[in-house]
Each structure stands twice: as C-alpha cells, then as structure tokens.
Ligand binder design. Structure first.
Ligand code: ADP
Length: 659
C-alpha cells in the first residue's frame, strides 16, 4: 500500500519530539520540527530534516497555537502531523483542522477524542460498557445538600476533579463537608484558568490507590487490542515519577479483566492509534479495578511497554495512520520487565519546586540503558515548559534484573547544573518496599522520601582540590606541579569550601609527581592522579583506583564518584537574596518564573501566609505568601514580568516581632 503521507511534522518539543523524529526517520519518513523562540538551540530542532519557528516562548504563543503549526506544515511541505503528548495532542478541534487542511492526523479520530476529553463523559461511556468506575458524583454540584447525602453514603474523604483536567490540576482532596464548598470554588477557579472549563466532578477517594493503566492500539479496520499494563504508582503531586511494566501487583486474571475493559471502552468510541486507559486498583482490594480516564495519545511512559512487548509504538502509530492493519500479537510474548525513571529539574527537598538553569553535563548512557532525553550537555532548562529533562529506561528478563540495571543507571547518571531529582530516584530504586513491589500512590510519603541526600562534602573537597591543582599546574602538564612546593618540602595550603549550609576547610599539599595529600577535618586522603580524559579523572584514592568525573563552573565544582556526587563552592552556594538581608519581612520569588497575578498594592495591610503574588514556572503555579504581618511598602513586579529566583516581589514593612 502506498503511504498516505511522506513527511511528518512533530507538533511538540523536548524528548518526545526527538523520540518521534527518530522513528519517523527510521521508517523513511521526512521530518519537520517546530520550535518556539526559547527553544531554537535545542536538539530536536537540528535532528529533523527541516524546522520552523512557530512563535514565542509562552506555550499559547507557539506550541498551543494550532494555526501557527498548520502554517508551518504548509511552509515546509509536511503532509502529516504527530502531536506527541501534551500541548495540542488531545485537542479535537485542532485534529479536525489538520484533517480539513488535507493532512494526516497521527492520532485517534476527533470524535473519539471528544468522547474522552471530559472525565465526566468518559465515566458515562465506561458505565454504559460495563467498565467499573470509582463511585462518583457528576450531577449538579451547586446543590450541596444533595452532594452531602451522596457523600455520606460513599464515605469521606472525597476527591474533587476538573472534568477537563490533566496534570493533577484542579484536584482537591476534601476531608469533610465543611471543606467542600471552598474546595469546589478553588478547583473551579484553577480548572477555568488552566483548561478554560470549570466543570467538576467528585469521586470517592480510594485510600490506597495503585495507578495501573493499559496501553491500547486500534486500527482503521475496527480492530482494537491491548498491550498489557503499566504500574505508575510512584507519584508526587498526583503525577508520575517512576513507571514499570508489567505491574508487580497484577495477576494473570486481573490482567485479562483490565485488558478486556480497556478494549471494550476503546472500541466503544472506535479508537484508532495509540491510547491509554487509566485505572486505579485499591491496594487493599487488589482484584477490583476502577476506570479513571482515557488519554487519547501516546503517554510519557510508553517506553516500558515497548520494552516488554518488543514493538515501537510510534512506528505503529505511523502504520495505523497510513491505513495498515494491526499485527496479531500474543501477549504471552511479553518479555521480562522494564522500568522508567523520569529525571526532572525539580528539588524534592523543596516540595518538588521546579528549577530552571544550565545542564553542564548530561551523562546518562550506560550498558542496557535507553535514554530518551530532551536536552544535551550545554543546554538550559527554561521556565516555560515542563520540568522533565530525560527518561531512563531499563529492561531485564525479570524484575530484579531490570531493577539492578536501573539502580546502576541512576547511580551513574550525572546532570550537574540545574537542580534535579536524581538523589530521590536513587533512593526509590534501593527502597525495600519498592523492591517488594509494595506500592500505592502514597508510597513516597509513606517511606519518608525524599530524605536529604548525602552531601559528600569531604570527597567533594578532595575533587575540588584535585581539579584546582590540575588547572594551576604548569601548562597543565602533570608531574610538573609547582604550586605549594618549596625547597624544604611541600607546604600545606588551604581553601574554604561550602555545600548548602555546610562548610569545611580543605588543606592540601603536593607529595610527589602527580600525588597530593588532602586533609578535611581529621581525615587525610592520599590522592594520585593517574590519567585524565576531559572530565574523567582516573585516580587512586587511598589505594583504590576509580574514575571520578569533575567539572568546575565559575566558583562551583561538581563531582561524581561513581557511587555518589557532590557540589562544593568557594562562595556560599545559596547566598540569601539581598532583598532578604535588607528586609527580612519581604516576599521573594522561590523559583524563576513569570508573574501571573499580583494581589496587593502599596499601603495594603497584609498578614503572614496571605498570598501576595502568583508566579508560574514550568506549568505550575506557585502562590507566594507574605512571610510576615505588615504593610506593603512597594510592589516591585507586575503581571507578565519574568523574575529570577530570589527576586524581590513585594517589600513589606513588617510589624515588630510580637505583634
Ligand atoms: P489527571 O488527568 O489530572 O492526571 P487523573 O484522573 O489521571 O488526573 O488522576 C491522577 C492521579 O490522581 C491518579 O494517578 C491517582 O494517583 C490520583 N487519583 C485520581 N482519582 C483518584 C481517586 N478517586 N482516589 C484516589 N486517588 C485518585
């Protein structure tokens, strides 16, 4: 059969744009990338055959602008559009426009997308097709008495959700009736601003939910099949961090039930292409599953399914869009086990606050590791988009082998520069409950994660001393070190280093050749530099040979020791923002971002905890509260301003302590 299309425009960015481009190329299709002004230098732009700029950095001015995407397709001669995930992927109106423009939409029909776009509507279709749903209430939410009667029947707590929701937005956990009306109002506000649709529904809150989802694939000939499940219970903020396939909790019977329900639902809407039917399973009642929602697109975590089934889902999206029939797949060909870990530019120790900044190195490769990354070394994570940097995927013949590979992969991974969640990932893969597969969506909190990662201050100082010593050596030639060398023997020199709130003095002296002694506190390390290739330092430390990776950026040294990492600076790493020094009661930005609301004016009296400014960073809103009671002295920002971390937003003349 002749292909219906020959050149695919990928209407997305980051790792998914690269991943789709990769398969398109391998299948012989031409590729077109689109990008915003903010993304012009990122990898997928170069990896496609052609690339077109579609507007400014703010998503609504580029990746969410369907007309700009269509104009780019026209300009570049693309005749098909792959939407990736997020942005326009679930926008039925855009899919219709694509088809109307005579292009191929690599995704389900707009009709199927519409049926599943609203969680409330999808629930109704599920009920009609005998797919169990979480007990829920989606009638008139204004009648609180009626809601109360229903809620008292199913039992509190309840979960308020945005019907058009996604990404955990508009979700509120409600403990009892007294908190309901405020939760409904704030969820509606958030849903309206995020999705332009404030419709809500309420569900019974499943106490120990496991998030288990089923991959489905449909073709244009009426066939729908499922490709087994993924377990996605390791979450923060209702969003996934680690996924695996198959689920350690799904029995063969449950798999049959989940798969059949997913196929029933997808068939009910004539589903074409790749989609995911999400369920929750109560960990206390493991044979019972409930439908949550259907995502009418490829998911972030699709690679774990690819690894265990041995197919390329993007390839099948392309084949299906070109009219090919699905293959016959026997799920007993399901092979082994796969994990995926998402590396996010976020700080697990600061309530997962996303961070923006440079990626000095992106060392993720390793034996048996699949890397799907949106960035390369030298790129920077900006403030406009999702904070995901990369995904690591490991496969093995069984769960423990895959897990072992994953442990090594995250131990070895090194992304110095922007703050990231690698320390958390390292902990999770070593956690005994995780290893036992004892998961639910509260796993992280229940296990006391994240805990503070090791600072490795001493080894960090040794690494910093070593790289400093090498760069100070004569022309960098090893063995000709003069610094600190005196006729009467090498003298001790010292430097002060800090890492977050800790600091220590590192003393060092040249011993002989390329050997150093480094003393930190009571400990002395005998270090010999044996060889160096770029950032890789082959060293002997106290008789043990090992490879350390060390880089120095401005005053900060980043080091990776194979089994841990460190970051030490000559200056305090996080100096208190000047504004805070000047006025401890003032309100500063906790993260770089864009100001989306300013709620106070000069002269207003404010109280501690009152939200003064809202900053949006990486798809998340941060309500920034007043740290003190007092009077607003000046408002330093307005809506639309970009702010750096630590920027003064509102200066407050704080009341005297004790007020
Ligand atoms: P979104 O579309 O915003 O991602 P989902 O409906 O997919 O929202 O739910 C996201 C997560 O929220 C689930 O993976 C689960 O952790 C939690 N969740 C959703 N519904 C319930 C429920 N009824 N009870 C308990 N947890 C839930």
């Amino acid at each position: 059969m002749l292909s219906a299309f020959s050149t695919v425009l990928v209407a997305n960015r980051g790792e998914i744009a690269r991943r789709v481009i990769r398969t398109c190329r391998s299948q012989g299709f031409g590729t077109v990338a689109v990008y915003s002004d903010a993304d012009a230098d990122l990898p997928w732009v170069r990896e496609a055959d052609r690339a077109a700029c579609i507007g400014g950095g703010v998503p609504s001015a580029s990746y969410l602008d369907g007309d700009a995407v269509l104009a780019a397709a026209k300009r570049t001669g693309a005749d098909a559009i792959h939407p990736g995930y997020g942005f326009l992927a679930e926008n039925a109106e855009f899919a219709e426009k694509v088809v109307r423009a005579g292009l191929t939409w690599i995704g389900p029909t707009p009709v199927a997308m519409r049926c599943m776009a609203s969680k409330a509507n999808a629930r109704r279709i599920a009920v009609e097709h005998d797919v169990p749903v979480v007990p829920g209430f989606d009638r008139d939410l204004d009648d609180l008495d009626q809601v109360r009667v229903w809620a008292d029947g199913v039992g509190w707590p309840l979960l308020v959700k945005a019907s058009a929701g996604g990404g955990g937005r508009g979700m509120r956990l409600v403990a009892g009736f007294e908190a309901l009306s405020e939760a409904l109002a704030s969820a509606e506000r958030e849903a309206l601003s995020a999705f332009g649709d404030g419709t809500l529904l309420i569900e019974k809150y499943v106490a120990r939910p496991r998030h288990i989802e089923v991959q489905v694939l449909g073709d244009q000939h009426g066939r729908v099949m499922h490709l087994g499940e993924r377990e996605c219970s390791v979450q923060r903020r209702y969003q996934k961090v680690i996924e695996e396939a198959p689920s350690p909790a799904v029995s063969a019977d449950l798999r049959l039930g989940l798969g059949a329900a997913a196929v029933r639902l997808a068939s009910a809407v004539g589903y074409v292409g790749a989609g995911t039917v999400e369920f929750i399973v109560d960990a206390d009642e493991p044979d019972q599953f409930y439908f949550l929602e259907m995502n009418t697109r490829l998911q972030v975590e699709h690679p774990v399914t690819e690894e265990v089934i041995g197919i390329d889902l993007v390839e099948w999206q392309l084949r299906v869009a070109a009219g090919q029939a699905l293959p016959t797949l026997d799920l007993s060909t399901l092979s082994g086990h796969a994990f995926e870990a998402r590396i996010y530019a976020e700080d697990p120790m600061r309530d997962y606050l996303p961070g923006a900044g440079p990626i000095h190195r992106l060392d993720l490769d390793g034996p048996g590791v699949r890397v799907d990354a949106g960035y390369g070394a030298g790129d920077a994570v900006g403030i406009h988009y999702d904070a995901m940097i990369a995904k690591l995927i490991c496969h093995g013949p069984d769960r423990i082998t895959a897990l072992r590979r994953m442990r090594r992969a995250v131990d070895n991974a090194w992304v110095p520069g922007v703050v990231n969640n690698l320390p958390l990932l390292r902990e999770v893969f070593r956690n005994p409950a995780f290893e036992a597969g004892d998961l639910d969506t509260h796993f992280l909190g229940r296990e006391g994660l994240p805990s503070a990662p090791p600072l490795n201050l001493e080894r960090g100082i040794v690494a910093a001393t070593l790289i400093g010593w090498v760069s100070r050596s004569v022309q960098g030639a090893l063995g000709q070190i003069t610094a600190g060398w005196r006729l009467d023997g090498p003298a001790w020199q010292s430097d002060e280093w800090s890492c977050f709130t800790e600091s220590a003095v590192g003393q060092w002296r040249h011993r002989s050749g390329s050997s150093l002694d480094v003393r930190v506190g009571d400990e002395t390390f005998a270090v010999t530099l044996l060889d160096r290739v770029g950032d890789r330092f082959f060293v002997d430390v106290d008789g043990v040979r090992q490879t350390w990776r060390i880089i120095c950026v401005a005053d900060t040294v980043f080091a990776h020791f194979g089994d841990g990492e460190a970051m030490v600076s000559r200056a305090p790493r996080f100096p208190p923002p000047a504004a805070l020094d000047e006025d401890p009661g003032s309100c500063v930005a906790p993260t770089p971002g864009v100001v989306i609301a300013v709620r106070v004016s000069v002269g207003d009296r404010v109280s501690r905890g009152q939200v003064l400014v809202t900053v949006e960073a990486m798809k998340m809103e941060h309500a920034i509260a007043s740290p003190s009671n007092g009077v607003v002295q000046s408002v330093r920002v307005q809506t639309g301003d970009s702010v750096d971390e630590g920027a003064l937003l509102v200066a407050i003349d704080a009341d005297e302590a004790g007020d």
